[in-house]
Design a protein around this ligand. Structure first.
Ligand code: E4P
Length: 215
């Protein structure tokens, strides 16, 4: 499974990259709005830090506008993936961009049928938002199970990118289901490596050694 970090913050991206297991980055307009630098400048810097896929979201809501923005975004760096909202206008844009060999990430996916359509249109990634479904008392991971199952019935190349992850259990379940990618906030990245028994065990190993007078 690939790990992306879900942020537009350069320090957070550097910290995640430093862990040695970072494959890519996802951003969105809300995340970009938290930073002081203009979105395109941020993307340029992010692409210098991370050689893997960096999702950059369009702001237009009509197909023509999305395509114009996409052409502009892909000029920033070779690893830019254009993030497109999963609407009818977005579906048309994904198809047109696929025809031009431009990589896309279909975002704001909340149903298996949205996922099926964007795969047919050739999206490189589909981003189902599990946390936001959990927030309204739906089971976000059930959506991942549906999408992985449906894609496995056919020969789609679209990768399932689990988004809106809120905790390590989302990542665990995504891995059990065979999702291709998880995009996680830095806090969750840190939680994944932590285990209290590891810390307790390490303390004991070191104190036993010291007590025995070894150095
Ligand atoms: C994914 O690409 C989105 O940027 C992100 O995962 C949204 O997460 P949120 O629901 O925590 O805002």
């Amino acid at each position: 499974m690939k790990f992306f970090i879900d942020t537009a913050n350069l320090d957070e991206i550097k910290q995640a990259a430093d862990m040695g297991v970072l494959d890519g980055v996802t951003t969105n307009p809300s995340l970009a709005a938290k930073e002081s630098a203009p979105y395109k400048d941020l993307l340029k810097d992010i692409c210098k830090i991370v050689p893997g896929p960096v999702s950059a979201e369009v702001l237009a809501t009509d197909t023509k506008g999305m395509l114009t923005e996409a052409e502009d975004l892909v000029k920033i760096a070779d690893n830019i993936v254009v993030k497109i909202p999963t609407t009818l206008e977005g579906l048309r844009a994904i198809k047109a961009l696929t025809d031009k060999s431009i990589k896309t990430n279909a975002t704001l996916v909340f149903s298996p049928m949205q996922a099926l359509l964007v795969a047919k249109a050739g999206a490189t990634y589909v981003s189902p938002f599990v946390g936001r479904l959990d927030d309204i008392s739906y089971d976000g991971m059930e959506l991942i199970e549906d999408i992985v199952g449906i894609y496995n019935n056919y020969t789609f190349e679209t990768e399932v990118l689990v988004a809106s992850i809120r905790n390590p259990v989302h990542v665990l379940e995504a891995a059990r289901l065979g999702a291709d990618v998880c995009t996680v906030p830095l806090k969750v990245f840190g939680q994944l490596i932590k285990h209290p028994l590891t810390d307790i065990g390490l303390d004991k190993f070191l104190s036993d050694y010291k007590k025995a007078g070894k150095n």
